[in-house]
Design a protein around this ligand. Sequence first.
Ligand SMILES: Nc1ncnc2c1ncn2[C@@H]1O[C@H](COP(=O)(O)OP(=O)(O)O)[C@@H](O)[C@H]1O
Ligand SMILES: [Mg+2]
Length: 242
Amino acid sequence: MKKRKTISQLFDKSKMLLSENSSFATREAYKSLRTNVMFSLPGSDSKCIGVVSANRGEGKSTVAINLGISFAQNKKKVIIVDCDMRLPTIASKIGINQKPGLSNYLAGNEDIQGEIIQSVPEYGIDVLTAGDVPPDPTMLLGSQQMDSLVTLLKEYYDYVILDFPPVNIVTDAVILSHTVDGYLIVIRHNLTEFKMVRETFRQMDFSDAKVLGVVYNGKGGHSKYYRRNYKSHYYYNEYYKK
Ligand SMILES: Nc1ncnc2c1ncn2[C@@H]1O[C@H](COP(=O)(O)OP(=O)(O)O)[C@@H](O)[C@H]1O
Ligand SMILES: [Mg+2]
């Protein structure tokens, strides 16, 4: 008999987030992404991972959160930092307060010991949201303060996951290439064009950024219905090593 969904599952805005309600394929894909990332960054010390893509809407924030959840399921201490201070989405995707956050801390108005880091017990992760939209996000991310913040977070967390704005639009992601241990490049099925990906790799090479691999996001379903149904939560991500 068909297993019916509950009303709360049907109206769950966070259905793109990894949980036991996610499809088997999704859960397996994130497990394999997690394993690949762990093997690409060997050693017992903490790691800082940057999630990037060429443009908006390709799934960076979704992948950043779900990779974080996947690490948390594996008993790792994880923090997700929303570095997309221009158009932040992490707070709304998870359903927590957007402010204060990273920009407020970097501008010197907030103490890291205060309420700035939010725990999300439901997913087992901590989150540092983007905060108020600052006039010059690139300058804040490129500051000494940001470097020190990542160093500080790595003392406590096993994985510090940074969610960035699109690489082909602003330089915010690569400005931290000396601090980020490895970047994941997200490519969206039926959306990202080849020349866009080439440009992203060019930007990464230019900044000597270490690329761990590519997450191929959204190639879901074997039927046209699934492929067309953009909002369907039947999807999976595949990870290819570079
Ligand atoms: N694999 C997927 N299948 C269906 N929708 C997806 C998938 N990945 C992301 N989305 C949706 O696409 C939109 C853009 O994703 P998001 O993670 O915010 O992208 P980005 O951070 O790259 O701008 C969001 O509404 C998200 O829920
Ligand atoms: Mg995003």
